[in-house]
Design a protein around this ligand. Structure first.
Ligand SMILES: [Zn+2]
Length: 247
């Protein structure tokens, strides 16, 4: 009799120096990714964040004009916890971010500025594993990021970027999609998990609006549970999973 085999996730490549994470909203990286980011910055790698919006439409009880700056501050604080100091906002409109050439150009420009070998984004598919519907912002930003990794290397796409001094960057070797229901690779979450908890906790206003539970209990259970479930496919170690696309 043969045991049913669970396909194991492969270790993420580690022969790189710079990564750029591109997501739609403050907290998108903290809901699952930041334990990996902490491990990478510990190892001396540079990681920068680009957010398409300031998440200004994310809290029902707060006007966007008040919410945007607050969520920006929370995002910068949560990035700092995992060793990330470069945090940029593209100022697309939260909730109605449009997939299209404007978004691709802004992301391609960011890729040319930061010159990463690894680009990270969040689930670009219609659903979360066929269970829950994804938001249009995540779909738009994820798809545009996968596309912009190529756009960044072609001088004839968005020639205005070259005129602004942003030379093509052909060095993106992989795009890693977090939150994918078909992951291929993983990073050991053990060393970064505690900082991931503290990083997500920086989004305190958002979390307090989201749940009546104690924020720390909610965040710890969410991140630990997720990492342990992923770890069943990574030799039993708590893990952060990615679907890795080579280029
Ligand atoms: Zn989001």
């Amino acid at each position: 009799m043969t045991e049913p085999t669970i396909t194991q996730l492969q270790p993420m490549p580690d022969d790189w120096q710079r990564a750029l994470a591109v997501v739609a909203h403050p907290d998108d990286l903290e809901y699952g990714c930041s334990a990996a980011i902490a491990a990478w910055t510990d190892a001396g790698r540079e990681v920068a964040y680009v957010l398409a919006s300031r998440g200004e439409a994310g809290i029902d009880t707060l006007e966007p004009a008040e919410c945007g700056p607050l969520r920006e501050r929370e995002q910068r604080a949560s990035a700092a916890v995992v060793g990330v100091s470069a945090v940029e906002f593209l100022d697309h409109k939260d909730g109605v971010i449009e997939y299209g050439t404007a978004l691709r150009r802004d992301i391609a420009a960011a890729i040319r500025r930061h010159r990463p070998e690894l680009v990270i984004t969040l689930n670009h598919r219609d659903t979360w594993g066929g269970v829950a519907w994804n938001t249009p912002d995540h779909v738009a930003v994820g798809r545009a990021t996968l596309d912009a990794a190529g756009d960044a290397g072609n001088r004839w796409i968005f020639p205005e970027l070259v005129e602004q001094g942003l030379q093509p960057w052909n060095g993106v070797r992989w795009v890693a999609v977090a939150g994918s229901s078909t992951p291929t690779h993983a990073v050991d979450a053990t060393p970064g998990l505690e900082r991931a908890v503290r990083s997500l906790l920086q989004h305190r206003t958002y979390i307090e609006a989201l749940t009546s539970e104690d924020p720390e209990t909610y965040v710890r259970e969410f991140l630990t549970g997720h990492a342990e479930a992923t770890g069943e496919r990574f030799g039993g170690r708590p893990a952060v999973a990615f679907e890795l696309f080579g280029r």
